[in-house]
Design a protein around this ligand. Structure first.
Ligand code: SAM
Length: 331
């Protein structure tokens, strides 16, 4: 049996640049493919994820395998790579072969949005939510359009403790467009504070780890990239249905520069707006003239619970969505 060493060297492999050339893989614009060729950067992304040795890892969108190599060097017990583009199969199979003695490397040609993490991680130990995070990690450098959408789905799964979070507080190390990363961590009063900031911070400890300059990618995107880590909070700040939280925050942040009462009123149908808007602010102990970016996470939590109390008093109100302009069943 081969005893794994702390730091391993992979057998000599062609560089990612050579592989891309060898297999004539041209980056596809429709999949927003931008590849990382610099091993120091991929090593740093993986370092941001923390300990991986003997852990269970899913890499989302490995492409030609730059980050994958850095993950393998940490000798996880299991590595699942989920890649939509089948052209990368040969380069991923090459990596699968070179780590077969110490890592169970599973290749899934699939869309991450339909991937079943519970099946993928079925051999991973389950930790109680209040224990330390389980040895389960998600790592990925995805196209921005996918990663922003995906983080909302992941937050929903965290709030419902399903998917990769049936195993406990599994951590994530993901890349985003730099501005999106800044929004995710934006505190109260910050000019970047928005719905995404509050959503992320209600359920996770979010860290902006470092910036990768756009020029490090091939082809070079127009923007810089943020490497973010998210670890679910032991005690999330809210325990309310995800869709309710999302709707309330979206409606309030829709009018980011206006007094919060303007957005809060929009949570209610026109004939109830004035009364219930003021009532909600009173219940939540929020000044009607505060602007959304001046509201702390704790104050948002009070707003959310006040909204819930009002909905309980008015059957059907919870279904009202200003955006969908739905007229609910109201007394
Ligand atoms: N990880 C590689 C790197 O850092 O060099 C590639 C990064 S590239 C920005 C994004 C990768 O995600 C591409 O390989 C692309 O094919 C893949 N991808 C895009 N959408 C995907 C999806 N919905 N599910 C799985 N993979 C996806």
């Amino acid at each position: 049996m081969i005893t794994p060493r702390k730091h391993i060297r992979l057998p000599p492999l062609p560089t990612i640049r050579d592989l891309v050339k060898l297999y004539r893989i041209r980056a596809l614009r429709q999949l927003s493919q931008n590849f990382l060729m610099d091993e120091r950067i991929t090593d740093n992304i993986v370092k941001a994820a923390g300990k991986l040795r003997d852990h269970h890892v899913c890499e989302i969108g490995p492409g030609p395998g730059g980050i994958t190599r850095s993950i393998i060097k940490k000798q996880p017990k299991k590595l699942i790579v989920v890649e939509k583009d089948p052209r990368f199969l040969p380069t991923l199979e090459l990596l699968q072969e070179c780590c077969k003695d110490f890592t169970d490397f599973q290749i899934e040609i699939d869309d991450i949005r339909s991937y079943n993490f519970e099946t993928g991680f079925k051999e991973a130990p389950k930790h109680d939510w209040f224990e330390a995070p389980p040895p389960v990690h998600l790592i990925g450098n995805l196209p921005f359009s996918v990663s922003t959408n995906l983080i909302i789905r992941f937050l929903q799964s965290i709030s419902e403790k399903n998917s990769a979070w049936t195993f406990g507080r599994s951590s994530m190390t993901l890349t985003f467009q730099k501005e999106v990363g800044e929004r995710m961590v934006a505190p109260i009063m910050d000019k970047q504070r928005c719905r995404l900031s509050v959503m992320c911070q209600l359920w996770c400890e979010v860290q902006y780890k470092f910036t990768i300059p756009g020029k490090a990618f091939v082809p070079k995107p127009d923007v810089d990239v943020a490497v973010m880590t998210l670890v679910p909070l032991k005690y999330p700040l809210v325990d309310l249905p995800f869709k309710m939280v999302e709707k309330v925050l979206r409606t309030i942040f829709n009018m980011r520069q206006k007094y919060c009462i303007r957005g809060i009123e929009k949570l209610f149908p026109e004939h109830l707006r004035t009364d219930l808007g003021v009532k909600l602010c009173k219940l939540a102990d929020i000044e009607t003239t505060t602007r959304p970016f001046q509201i702390s996470n704790e104050e948002f939590v009070r707003i959310l619970y006040a909204y819930k109390v009002i909905c309980e008093d008015h059957p059907g109100l919870e279904q009202y969505d200003f955006r969908a302009a739905k007229i609910p069943l109201m007394e």
